[in-house]
Design a protein around this ligand. Structure first.
Ligand code: A3P
Length: 351
């Protein structure tokens, strides 16, 4: 008897040929996206392997999701949330890498097997001491959906889950059961950060300048976009008691206050000294050197480009160094157009 297919409510829409062409101009590896549902969220085609399982995933009251549009401060929020929820267990946080503490719900879709083979072939040519076997073993693990792993996780320990999926691709009743911390960030800083990220990973290997990347970004032609639909999906749920909606800019401006909000959300009490220590632990300088959070272990695997790092500047407003006048105006128009029909406002922007 065959397994019954799980319901997945969204239509799949192929990208237009001219969009595919534009997208594939500057990436070193082929990019195959599709759009899902009425908001037309872009995912890698490989996502469809597990889309229905994710949408229908059984939840537990102890589940904690950290959800963001990519490069909006996920890693920062993950470490903060995990430490607060786990009574500031710094020893355990150092011992177990963040990637193991938080399965990455749709992470498999970035590790397309065909592309990994290509990365591997390139590495064979360029890197001394490269172990093909080790690479393929590790990467085939990363290319596997994590829903089976999550289903098998012990029920007496809370599950922490990282995702860049918009709320409408997650289980529709997620907030009836599980807690979600969502972080939003100024899309101009997100664009710059995504650009570096697309250069960092050999699976994407972006070859162009920032201006080339921006052309895609401002047209919402990047994974998990449209950007504003993603943020609005969560913003609409910000008053739900199981949703904590944060802005990267607020964390930057007043980290102790953000820590207190997270502590309240998880029903934890922190004294002044504990907040100070946590702020220090969460500083960008410490993060850069913290092996448990900085993703440098992937460098050993060979998938990271030299000269780029996962934990980067950690600043707000750094986009100004990348945008010329034309791009600045495009961004202003894009933001204005997308904020017209909503009460979503980024706290640092003058409206
Ligand atoms: P920049 O590229 O602008 O520096 P994500 O974790 O969602 O991928 O987000 C990555 C962004 O968050 C990067 O932004 C990264 O440097 C920044 N970041 C990571 N850790 C941080 C920290 N401790 N403090 C401030 N920003 C941090």
């Amino acid at each position: 008897m065959g397994e019954k297919a799980l319901p997945f409510p969204y239509e799949i829409e192929e990208m237009k040929p001219e969009e595919d062409e534009l997208i594939n101009t500057n990436f070193g590896m082929p990019v195959k996206y599709v759009r899902l549902g009425p908001k037309r969220f872009i995912v890698y085609k490989t996502y469809m392997q597990d889309a229905a399982n994710i949408y229908n995933m059984p939840l537990r009251p102890t589940d904690v999701f950290v959800a963001t549009y990519q490069r909006s401060g996920t890693t920062w929020a993950q470490e903060l949330v995990w430490l607060v929820a786990n009574d500031l267990n710094y020893e355990k946080a150092a011992e177990i890498p963040l990637t193991q503490r938080y399965p990455f719900l749709e992470g498999f879709m970035f590790f397309d097997e065909v592309i990994l083979q290509r990365v591997c072939d390139d590495m064979m040519k360029t890197e001394e001491n490269f172990s093909r076997e080790k690479f393929l073993e590790m990467s085939s693990f990363l290319a596997k959906p994590v829903t089976p792993l999550l289903a098998a996780a012990p029920t007496n320990i809370p599950r922490f889950i990282k995702t860049h999926l918009p709320m409408s691709l997650l289980p529709p009743k997620i907030l009836d059961t599980a807690k979600t911390v969502y972080v939003a960030r100024d899309p101009r800083d997100v664009a710059v950060s995504c650009y570096h990220h697309a250069r960092l990973f050999k699976m994407t290997s972006f070859q162009g300048e920032f201006k080339d990347f921006w052309k895609l970004f401002v047209r919402d032609l990047y994974a998990m976009m449209p950007f504003f639909e993603h943020v609005k999906d969560a913003w609409e749920k910000r008053d739900d008691p199981n949703m904590l909606f944060l802005f990267y800019e607020d964390l930057s401006k007043d980290l102790p206050a953000a820590i207190r909000r997270v502590a309240d959300f998880f029903g934890k009490q922190l004294n002044e000294e504990q907040v100070t220590r946590l702020c220090d632990h969460l500083s960008i300088e410490n993060f850069k050197n913290n092996k448990s959070v900085n993703f440098e272990d992937l460098r050993e695997l060979g998938v990271l480009t030299k000269g780029e790092t996962f934990i980067r500047k950690g600043k707000s407003g750094g986009w100004r160094d990348y945008f010329d006048d034309e791009m600045t105006q495009q961004a202003e128009r894009w933001i204005e157009d997308n904020l017209r029909d909503t009460d979503l406002r980024f706290p640092h922007m003058k409206h």
